[in-house]
Design a protein around this ligand. Structure first.
Ligand code: HEC
Length: 155
């Protein structure tokens, strides 16, 4: 019986690889990824990760950034401009996420081209971006407390 075990294992591994491949193929025929999504995952999510735990994260998840920058009346052009403004003037005074600045410090300066940043902003504005599992509960709790404000900024 013994010599059969590696064979069965091998068959199992090959089987797994095959099923992975075919599911990728199906996904790619259904939707092209937004270029902003890819750029965001590469350039922002190291810190703004949607999967880091509440304790281990290095920055607020991007969905929290979106909620601070997009109000009911905000249109896409304004949002894109506001994000670009943040990248042009990253100071404590210009920050809207005061609580995050206190916890993590002001976001470090990054080299991101205007074109890439626009793509990223487009994607964030238009799509339901991924959010951490803890996010809704945390957000509702903050909302229940009434988002404490100081000088017009959330603290
Ligand atoms: C090296 C870590 C890091 C990377 C990479 C990073 N950020 Fe941040 N970002 C932070 C931290 C920390 C904060 C919270 C402190 C703050 O608001 O400045 C933040 C806050 C922000 C804010 C809110 C600023 C405010 O307070 O008004 C925006 C907008 C933002 N990030 C956009 C981005 C985008 C877009 C990218 C990718 C192109 C990105 N960040 C990449 C660390 C990072």
């Amino acid at each position: 019986m013994k010599p059969l075990v590696p064979l069965i294992l091998l068959a199992f591994l090959i089987g797994c690889q095959d099923s992975k491949k075919s599911s990728y193929a199906i996904e790619s025929t259904y939707q092209e990824e937004h270029p902003g999504k890819v750029l965001m995952e590469r350039q922002c999510n190291v810190c703004h990760s949607p999967t880091a735990s509440h304790e281990q994260r290095l920055a607020p998840p991007m969905i929290a950034v979106k909620k601070h920058y997009v109000a009911a009346h905000t249109n896409k052009a304004e949002f894109v401009e506001d994000i670009q403004n943040w990248f042009d003037n990253q100071t404590e005074d210009n920050a809207r996420m005061y609580g995050a600045v206190r916890r993590f410090g002001v976001m470090p300066k990054l080299l991101v081209s205007k074109e890439d940043l626009k793509q990223i902003s487009d994607y964030i504005f238009d799509y339901d971006i991924e959010k951490p599992v803890w996010f809704d509960e945390h957000y509702n709790e903050e909302k229940r407390k009434g988002f404490p404000m100081r000088n017009g900024k959330q603290i």
